[in-house]
Design a protein around this ligand. Structure first.
Ligand SMILES: Cc1cc2nc3c(=O)[nH]c(=O)nc-3n(C[C@H](O)[C@H](O)[C@H](O)COP(=O)(O)OP(=O)(O)OC[C@H]3O[C@@H](n4cnc5c(N)ncnc54)[C@H](O)[C@@H]3O)c2cc1C
Length: 375
């Protein structure tokens, strides 16, 4: 079955996909098992991925100036070989998008070119309150002199330990609502409390930390932070959906290979419809989710409202990933969750991953609002 999507992508996008796939398989895939086992990412792997941090940053700010589909393709192909590292690209996209959407010209020129210099960005929205309800956050900012003092505790903040700059969201009670700020190294007033750990996406490091920091860099107007956070997620959920699809594809490829090679009772097990149909049905869901994600990216590139389409792609991809990882393990029989195959890693990675950028239920809520608001 064709997995090149030539009929959907332009010639340049298609050749970027082929180059990226070859790069990820050659440079990153050989490290995937080691990263999972050691729960650590070799420096040369981070270095190799740096050109993918600024694909969609406009050229005048030091980026490649590509359309969104390039982020989708990069994340899809990296997700297929090492999803733990997708978070590295995603936090750069989150930081970069926030600046691209609401930063002043001065802020864009100050921060965005840093990706090209190998700097890392992070994105601190979630705090101790539920991530699905960011309006209830308890991190607070008050005016102090020419700037702001932010106090609170953030959790689950990916790669905060290596980030050179961070977008931080805080409630601004004096102005109303939530506001967004940039803080940068050296992080005076940040204390790392602990690492947040999952059994999947090993190597990806997320942190809980307290803040008592001063910054004069507000992004956008006071009180507009929540709307900015949602606009940013409306971009990054599309590429993350492609990451889910990438991993789901790898899980099903493993199931297909096993079903062809495993001979039981004189015939390969794919000859049993109970096996082949389980794989076929999971495959159809993965390909459907991919199309939804590509479509959302295209709508975004054309400036069309795509909130519902993005959320639909994100939950469809998350559900397709869980189904693909479960199916792969089921097909493997006694090798399910056996450490001799990557299937158990796929399962851990899948369940660890699907809540990032908003849970399945929250995506469905967004789609539901859109479907029913116009009736
Ligand atoms: C791997 C990973 C990396 C992450 N990295 C970052 C990061 O870099 N920066 C950052 O800011 N955050 C990050 N997050 C946090 C992520 O955005 C939150 O985990 C997510 O938004 C869910 O929040 P929560 O975990 O507090 O779940 P909760 O909001 O507490 O939700 C718990 C459950 O309730 C359900 N639920 C909640 N509200 C509703 C509703 N209205 N209707 C139906 N069901 C509902 C949810 O779907 C979920 O099943 C990361 C998370 C993960 C897993």
């Amino acid at each position: 079955m064709d997995c090149n999507y030539r009929e959907i992508l332009s010639e340049q996008e298609h050749s970027f996909l082929l180059q990226t796939r070859a790069f990820m398989e050659r440079e990153i895939a050989p490290f995937a098992e080691q990263i999972d086992r050691d729960d650590d990412v070799p420096v040369e792997v981070f270095e190799a991925l740096k050109p993918y941090l600024y694909l969609t940053v406009p050229k005048e700010y030091g980026g490649e100036g590509h359309e969104e589909i390039y982020d989708c393709i990069a994340v899809q192909e990296l997700g297929a070989v090492c999803p733990a590292l997708v978070t590295y690209l995603e936090v750069a996209q989150l930081f970069g998008r926030a600046l691209m959407i609401s930063g002043t010209e001065e802020q864009k020129h100050r921060y965005l070119p840093r990706f090209g210099q190998g700097k890392v960005g992070a994105y601190a929205l979630t705090d101790l309150t539920p991530g699905s309800d960011p309006a209830s956050m308890t991190t607070v900012a008050h005016r102090e002199g020419e700037g702001w003092r932010i106090r609170g505790t953030k959790r689950f903040i990916t790669f905060a330990d290596i980030a050179d700059m961070m977008v931080v969201f805080a409630r601004t009670p004096d102005e109303g609502g939530v506001s967004a700020f940039v803080i940068e190294r050296p992080y005076e007033g940040i204390e790392f409390i602990r690492r947040n750990e999952w059994s999947g996406l090993r190597g990806h490091k997320a942190w809980e930390f307290s803040l008592d920091v001063y910054t004069d860099q507000i992004v956008g107007r006071p009180g507009d932070g929540l709307s900015l956070a949602l606009k940013v997620l409306n971009f990054t959920r599309t590429s993350l959906a492609c990451g889910h699809v990438g991993l789901a594809t790898s899980a099903l490829d493993l199931a297909i290979r096993f079903a062809q090679e495993r001979v039981v009772g004189g015939q390969p097990i794919f000859r049993h419809q109970s096996i082949s149909y389980a794989i076929v049905e999971a495959k159809a869901r993965v390909e459907g989710a991919r199309l939804l994600a590509y479509r959302a990216a295209r709508m975004s590139e054309r400036g069309v409202d795509h909130r519902a389409e993005t959320s639909m792609a994100k939950f469809a991809a998350a559900e397709a990933l869980i189904e693909a990882a479960s199916t792969a393990n089921r097909v493997l029989g006694g090798y399910a969750c056996n450490l001799d195959t990557p299937a158990e890693r796929y399962l851990r990675d899948a369940f660890t991953w699907v809540a990032a950028h908003g849970t399945i239920e929250i995506q469905k809520m967004t789609v539901s609002r859109s479907l029913f608001s116009s009736r």
